[in-house]
Design a protein around this ligand. Structure first.
Ligand code: ATP
Ligand code: ATP
Ligand code: MG
Ligand code: MG
Lengths: 257, 257
């Protein structure tokens, strides 16, 4: 089960939108996909029409109580072959609760291993932080995709994130996660600034940058309010086409790596 | 010196853009304004054309070494009557360094008091976190403005922020900061989602929401790359007009409170 972290400590750069829509796209292509909501904000959970506060069990339980099997937390989504490990605000207390636990960076990986035969791919939606949850995600992953919003401040902070990932890999064993790619998001085809930032990103990071970019579109922002992925909400939209193309490019990169 | 925190732990909701352009607007109206960059990312510093890594002294020095007077860190900007306390990545180490210092939440306020006769208004640009820096900002402030990006997830998280501010005020004495208002940012006049979220915000928060809203415009995103406020970069733009109107509404609210 290839496990992909969707991570960037910057807020609002398109992590959840990418996690939701890439998962839906891969499932629609025929893969069995598990999407893990690892953000106490529960945005991926909301984005599939669930109310985080109504959950009887969530990822928090699976992380803090090893006797609760992950399979008892997993719920289905309206997309075939796409299951969800939902999250809610309780997850905000996990870091404190696990503080003195030996192997606290490994708990997510251990739980994911108990279901790995049921899925081909696992996608983990991280919140905007570099704390224990993100660490669990990276340690449990084979790959990481970094969504990067295309604006003036895009480059700086990104170098630091990649450096952080590198340092984490040295400090935690085993940790095989590799950067699968940087995904440019909120692209605005018309502005000079957007073109400049894209070119700057490709000059500096080369092939690490996905060929696929995600343009800013209204339907991508609306889909969560309907509790659906973009493939269901607006299947003919540009957002749906771009996330389908991204899924294909991701599969290609996974095969090559 | 009325001191206004521009704060929201959510990333990319318009804090820096508001801090820069409101400060410039108030200075242009004739007030003496001090803008404090309290984010290790140094975005407000970059937005006025400075390179954070080239700074000889920054807010980090003033916070961690009481023998460095704030006045020796302050630099001018290209806008008359607008000075800047710049920041850089060193500030990221301040929280750790101040960890065992008695009165660590008070250090910014103490430094600001040493210059308060030189300015009418102080604006503090906070980074996206609820840590020691934000705490210093709130404890040093008389008012807080919360920029809120208008999108599906806007309401939840916001209630938690206001609750956090309330709790902080109870725990730290003295702390008189009051919410001056919620500023709706990235408004898109054309989409249903944007209108729905705005209405939801005003229904729930009433008069706390500023009448002025900031629409998403290309020039607001471009101005930082020119190292200028929107008033200099595109004085006839919608962004300039809206931040000027916001400055007026802010002054009105300050007088009434
Ligand atoms: N390409 C796009 N076009 C338009 N809106 C978008 C696009 N991508 C994301 N959005 C919207 O922007 C907001 C932020 O996106 P998203 O939630 O995916 O970011 P995030 O990185 O997960 O944020 P957080 O750091 O809070 O977890 C959401 O309201 C989302 O619907
Ligand atoms: N109204 C707007 N229209 C277009 N672009 C905007 C607008 N407001 C802000 N931006 C751009 O969006 C990005 C994020 O805005 P900004 O830096 O002000 O947010 P922030 O809350 O300070 O982010 P952070 O949490 O990283 O400090 C910046 O590139 C900025 O130039
Ligand atoms: Mg998210
Ligand atoms: Mg900022």
């Amino acid at each position: 089960m290839r496990t992909i972290t969707i991570g960037n400590q910057k807020g609002g750069c398109g992590k959840t939108t990418t996690a939701i829509n890439m998962s839906a796209s891969l499932a629609t292509l025929g893969y069995r996909v598990l999407l893990v909501d690892l953000d106490p904000q529960g945005h991926a959970t909301l984005g599939f029409g669930y109310q985080p506060n109504d959950l009887k069990r969530s990822v928090y339980d699976a992380l803090t109580n090893p006797r609760i099997p992950l399979s008892s937390v997993v719920i289905e989504t309206s997309t075939d072959r796409l299951d969800l490990v939902p999250s809610n605000i309780l997850l905000g207390g996990a870091e404190l609760e696990l503080h003195d636990v030996l192997g606290k960076e490994l708990v997510l990986g251990e739980q994911l291993r108990t279901v790995e035969n049921n899925y081909d791919l696992c996608i983990i939606d991280c919140g905007p932080s570099l704390g224990l949850l993100m660490l669990n995600s990276l340690v449990a992953s084979t790959d990481v995709i970094v969504p990067v919003q295309v604006h003036f401040y895009a480059l700086e902070g990104l170098k630091r994130l990649l450096e952080t990932i590198r340092i984490l890999k040295e400090r935690f064993h085993p940790c095989w996660v590799e950067a699968l790619g940087l995904l440019l998001t909120f692209v605005d085809g018309r502005t000079t600034l957007s073109k400049q930032v894209q070119r700057g990103m490709r000059d500096f990071f080369g092939d690490l940058v996905f060929d696929t970019v995600i343009h800013r579109t209204v339907t991508l922002a609306e889909a969560p309010s309907a509790g659906e992925s973009i493939l269901k909400y607006a299947p003919d939209s540009r957002g749906a086409a771009e996330y389908n193309t991204l899924a294909q490019e991701t599969l290609e990169r996974l095969r090559r790596s």
